[in-house]
Design a protein around this ligand. Structure first.
Ligand code: GDP
Ligand code: MN
Length: 354
């Protein structure tokens, strides 16, 4: 599971890794201290080059920039959250990461003297690579300081790597990447960006995990990021049949999603958020045959999604089964249309996307 930048930063900050002060934005207008850097929270890198990172100096620019960032898809992902951070005065951008080197079965530190948006351009052999163990982590600050030519930061680098290593091991991470690691004009080392991957197989021992993608990750499969129709169904069989039906109706399904038996309003809402990241989606087909799942829970999630998510594409909803009547009452109260069959949903979807 990949974390969003703000989630990764919260996590490393619990282990005393310095991060910029920040405010999370989920709606316009927003009140933020200036100058700030506003960053699109999408599950992909390269935002800087694609306009997903904007510096704001004047109050009058805040609102247009926020609107622009919410509207701008980055590699097919549209953000539902932005992060407004204190603007750092950057003296140097460094690169540091910890990852699992599977071939050698070790945790490895990878560093580069020139971090930032062009990191991919560097020759593979220009990176510093070191195996990290509980023993060697105690002396890595010195090596890193020498490599970066930042001897005056030896202690800060030592703390940084120890804290990152601690976070990596305790969190069951497979990757923590800080790029850039910013050296500020006033001599602080701060994580300017952070990318983190956690090992899904370790979820059972992390009851504290609560991340945007986890509710929907396991049963959510991206089929085509440029697809026009997203799908939400329950049960793997019905979910596959729904995807097939969309394709048979000559539309491109963006995803497969089985919300599972007994899906809560929260997990359905998480699915909507996930779908909102696809910028090409023009409609969502919701096909629920409720047994353990309850239609009224799904209806509640639909109503919440409608009120919380601006730009939610049109919904084509067919519900049947447990608590159908309660769902129908709820949806009717909120002027949300229910259709009787999947065919009706596809027909209506087709008209919208034509
Ligand atoms: P990425 O492109 O998705 O990796 O996004 P980053 O968060 O790494 O930001 C990209 C680039 O924006 C950084 O390498 C910096 O050059 C610039 N940037 C980000 N935050 C700040 C900041 O606080 N101050 C300044 N001056 N530049 C920043
Ligand atoms: Mn970055």
């Amino acid at each position: 599971m990949n974390l969003l930048e703000y989630e990764a930063k919260q996590l490393i900050s619990k282990y005393q890794v310095p991060i910029p002060s920040s405010v999370r934005i989920t709606a316009v207008p927003a009140d933020i201290p200036l100058p700030a850097v506003i960053k699109s929270q999408v599950p992909t890198g390269g935002r800087g080059k694609l306009g997903g990172v904007q510096i704001v100096d004047n109050t009058k620019d805040i609102e247009p920039i926020i609107r622009d960032l919410f509207a701008k898809p980055i590699r097919g992902y549209r953000p539902t959250t932005l992060l407004a951070e204190e603007k750092l005065e950057i003296a140097r951008e460094l690169y540091v990461s910890l990852l699992i080197n599977r071939e050698q079965a070790i945790i490895e530190l990878v560093a580069h003297t020139d971090g930032g948006i062009d990191i991919e351009e560097h020759e593979a052999n220009s990176f510093l690579r070191r195996e990290i163990t509980p023993h060697v982590v105690e002396s890595v600050g010195e090596q890193l300081a020498e490599y970066y030519k930042l001897e005056s930061q030896t202690f800060a680098l030592q703390d940084l790597v120890e804290n990152l290593y601690n976070c990596f091991v305790k969190s069951d991470a497979t990757l923590i990447e800080i790029n850039p690691l910013v050296l500020t004009e006033d001599g602080r080392l701060v994580a300017g960006d952070c990318k983190m991957t956690l090992d899904d197989a370790a979820a059972f021992r992390h009851p504290e995990w609560d991340f945007e993608h986890m509710h929907s990750d396991s049963n959510f499969v991206v089929l085509d990021k440029t697809g026009q129709i997203a799908t939400i169904a329950n049960g793997a069989g019905l979910a596959m049949a729904t995807v097939d039906a969309v394709a048979d109706a000559s539309m491109t399904p963006a995803n497969f999603l089985d919300i599972g038996g007994g899906a809560s309003a929260e997990s359905v809402l998480a699915a909507f958020r996930r779908i909102m990241e696809f910028s090409h989606v023009q409609g969502i087909v919701i096909n629920i045959f409720a047994g353990i799942t309850r239609c009224d829970e799904v209806a509640k999630a639909i109503i919440t999604a409608k009120s919380q998510l601006d730009d939610l594409p049109p919904l084509f909803i067919r519900l049947a089964g447990t608590n159908y009547e309660a769902a129908e009452t709820l949806l009717t109260e909120h002027a949300i249309t229910l259709l009787s069959t999947l065919e009706d949903c596809l027909g209506a979807a087709k008209e919208t996307t034509a």
